[in-house]
Design a protein around this ligand. Sequence first.
Ligand code: HAM
Length: 420
Amino acid sequence: MAITGIKGFNDILPGEVEKWQHIEATARRIFELYGFAEIRIPILEKTELFARSIGDATDIVEKEMYSFVDKGENRVTMRPEGTASVMRAFIEHKLYAADQVAKLYYMGPMFRYERPQKGRYRQFHQIGAEVTGVTDPKIDAQVLSMLCHFFAELGLNEPRLEINSLGCKECRPVYRNALKEFLARKIDQLCEDCTRRYDTNPLRALDCKSAGCKEATAGAPSVLDHLCQGCADHFASTRRYLEGVGTAYAINPRMVRGLDYYTRTTFELVTGLLGAQSAVAAGGRYDGLISELGGPQLPGIGFAMGVERVALLLDGREFRRRPDLFIAAIGEAAQFEAFRLMNSLQQLGVSVEIDYEGKSLKSQMRRSDKFNSRFTLIIGEDELSRGTAVIKNMDAGVQKDVELDAERVAETISKGSAAC
Ligand code: HAM
């Protein structure tokens, strides 16, 4: 029996991969406009890094990590996200010594043992960005504008931006207590998970999907009414800057996020187009994380998007590349010439296909149709003896004679039209 892949681990095949390349290239181009540089981080980290940053009482750390003990008896984990690793690298290599403000982006696979379904996988891919060293809310607005710019550049008007503030270590505990007090009267309505988390992470009940939790949290106190002056001012300024650059948003005071490191601004880019998986990108501020991981007391903010989810939003669009030219040849001498011409054209930067096994002209033309090349060239015995052949522009439907010489053919193709 043939061996199949592992559930939740996907192949990304040619045809689909061009879409991914387009998403990645767009991210690189846009993020670099905003001064971000790429960082590449390892897939495997010490388990402790994620336990300390994401939080022991989160779903990710409690039940979703791919952790194991390696041959050297080290407890290691396949990264479930990128922020912790990027901050670990930022601290380890003392990037802050040269400049406290680092703007970094990354892309690659992440691993979480979740129940696979549309838009949710066990190996999934994130493109993320992080900024260190800036407390001013201008950076919150800039990071969000950049993310919206990226989606606009892909031609998507979904997803929509939702923002919230989770306060800081001064005001969050006050809110937590107010929420716990409110929930105490309704604890028997909460789902099993939220009952268990009532002491460790009561905020999760606010975005729990279970009917009981929804009912129990209706009318719950809002985090935004409990922000201290500093956090309230920070949130108000973030909103003012967002409005200043015309970035549309909605406030969602029930957004809590599943990772513990967040402070102040949090956000999600949500869509109704992907069923249960509504978040296409998400992130926020983490002003205590760098010091928590043993680095200097510096703030941070960032986001990550799920590439599979972005790709789903682009479904139906064609990204498959077309070759510039397909050469058909009749007879052995012409096929030899077609092979030589193809090789020379490839050296000149023209993408060319032939039918390697092609026997009849008919079967070669069938293959040509499959490639959907921009131009076709047919070489027969007559053409070979004359040293010219007909090149056809498939889109414009026009054709002309061209000398059987790589430079002339390349010139015709680069002009884009066989008619000129
Ligand atoms: P997150 O909300 O856990 O945040 O994940 C960010 C995005 O990754 C989600 O919005 C979703 O699009 C995608 N994603 C997460 N899990 C899966 C999955 N199992 N299958 C497919 N896609 C998934 C973080 O990871 C934070 N590190 C974001 C961040 C960066 N915060 C600050 N900086």
